[in-house]
Ligand binder design. Structure first.
Ligand SMILES: Nc1ncnc2c1ncn2[C@@H]1O[C@H](COP(=O)(O)OP(=O)(O)O)[C@@H](O)[C@H]1O
Ligand SMILES: O=C(O)[C@@H](O)C(=O)COP(=O)(O)O
Length: 423
């Protein structure tokens, strides 16, 4: 029976939290979509259900999330975690508020926390304001995100626009008073009728204290960072044995490739770094949106170069170029065309013998993993904070090593480093 059940609103986010749980000693499997009763999920401590619910309509996101909750409850999970982006990616229509509200109702609970802080990736919350590196969220590259531009740095305000419940704040002064102080503040807020509390955190020690304080909450919500304190709760309760092999994966074989659809600042930097020495092709996104065959020639280009060294195929572009494409073809239509191309490229690369694949971008990863017919990922060791290698079976029975990289994660040399750390 699994202990912790996670509902993640996108695929890279799911891998991110799964990697965090593995690092803390929980054997973890990530399922692609809601697992059916037949899926073997034995000998694991945590199940992470990866949804693609971040940017769909709120009612659909709620339905999917409740389905995931039901499946996790049937697998015996005792506590639930709603994982969203460390940059709180959402719009005024949702989906963080509506999904959290629905999960609370389904669990007959009256309170949860909201904490996307992830200090290892430079996401910190102070007085409810989210910082990305040294700047406010609204001054970071996230203000240009193609689907969820984040222009308000106050998480209390952002969340309040998404829910009818009152949003409060647990400030850093209380968090740094330790788990007991946080517990007492949770009790006080609850007594005052506050259902949702954004929680400040600037360091891992804060996240560990928050995790300890949340041991009894049926639902915790946040980025992957705040999950780091939860495994110890199960260990203290005698439910989770010590394990040093939670990250073990089967050996990886096959050609190496990278697909990048993220237009985030970090990914653009990683592409530029890779292009200095590696084989890279930028897809003609305008031709793609016009319906011309871009995938066929790109695959031919890649096939001629496949081997031990990775080839990179990307659609990623600068904020101005993204805006121009969206103005010409529409936001949804252009992203769907590009995601469909990424899916076709993934299928073509797998057929050509690629067995080690890095994908950059959450939506892009969703498209790729679905195209390969992957239903579950076993989570391995971390490459950079928030990005582990994983191992998966494709629908045609092959085993493929996949690294699903959140757009904004990873050091500049990520695309090279990922393959050097893989055994
Ligand atoms: N050149 C481009 N112009 C417009 N949209 C793009 C371009 N390249 C990729 N996209 C779309 O932008 C979105 C990027 O989202 P995602 O893959 O989740 O990346 P991230 O992890 O950075 O958020 C995807 O829907 C992708 O198809
Ligand atoms: O929390 C995070 O930042 C990531 O885990 C995440 O959710 C990333 O989403 P994308 O930026 O869409 O890859």
């Amino acid at each position: 029976m699994a202990l912790l059940g996670v509902i993640a609103d996108d695929f890279t986010g799911a891998t991110d939290i799964a990697g965090m749980l593995v690092k803390a000693g929980m054997r973890t499997v990530q399922t692609i979509g809601v697992p059916d009763a037949a899926m073997p999920l034995d000998d694991i401590d945590a199940i992470v259900v990866a949804l693609k619910s971040r940017t769909i309509a709120a009612p659909e996101a709620v339905t999917l999330s409740l389905d995931a909750l039901g499946a996790l409850q049937r697998r015996g999970c005792r506590q639930f975690f709603f994982k969203y982006c460390s940059t709180f990616d959402s719009t005024d229509a949702g989906n963080i508020g509506p999904v959290a509200d629905a999960l609370l109702d389904a669990l007959a609970s009256d309170f949860t926390i909201f904490c996307p802080a992830f200090p290892a990736n430079a996401r910190a919350i102070f007085n409810g304001y989210l910082f990305v590196g040294p700047v406010l969220l609204s001054e970071s590259g996230m203000r240009h995100h193609p689907l969820t531009p984040m222009t308000d740095p106050s998480l209390v305000r952002v969340l309040q626009r998404q829910t009818a419940r009152t949003v409060g704040l647990i400030p850093l002064g209380i968090v740094q008073g330790g788990a007991e102080a946080i517990r007492a503040e949770i009790a006080r807020l609850r007594g005052a009728g506050i259902a949702h509390a954004v929680v400040d955190a600037v360091a891992d020690a804060d996240l560990l204290a928050i995790g300890t304080a949340c041991a009894e909450l049926p639902l915790v919500t946040g980025g992957s960072g705040v999950s780091m304190g939860l495994p110890a709760n199960f260990r203290r309760a005698g439910l989770l044995p010590a394990s040093d092999s939670a990250a073990a994966l089967p050996a990886a074989h096959g050609h190496a490739a990278i697909l990048a659809g993220s237009c985030s600042t970090a990914t653009l930097g990683q592409i530029a770094d890779f292009e200095k020495h590696g084989a890279a092709l930028h897809l003609d996104t305008r031709a793609l949106c016009e319906g011309r065959d871009v995938v066929g020639p790109a695959l031919a280009w890649a096939r001629a170069r496949l081997g031990d060294k990775p080839v990179l195929l990307s659609s990623s572009d600068t904020p101005d170029a993204v805006k121009a494409l969206q103005a010409a073809f529409g936001v949804e239509a252009s992203s769907q065309k590009i995601e469909a191309a990424m899916a076709a490229l993934a299928r073509g690369l797998a057929e050509a013998g690629v067995g080690r694949l890095v994908v950059a971008g959450g939506e892009t990863s969703g498209a790729v993993v679905s195209a390969l017919g992957v239903r579950a990922l076993r989570i391995g060791a971390e490459i950079d904070p928030g990005v582990p290698w994983t191992s998966a079976a494709t629908s045609d029975g092959k085993t493929v090593a996949l690294a699903l990289k959140s757009g904004n994660f990873g050091a500049a040399d990520f695309f090279t480093k990922a393959f050097t750390v893989l055994s």
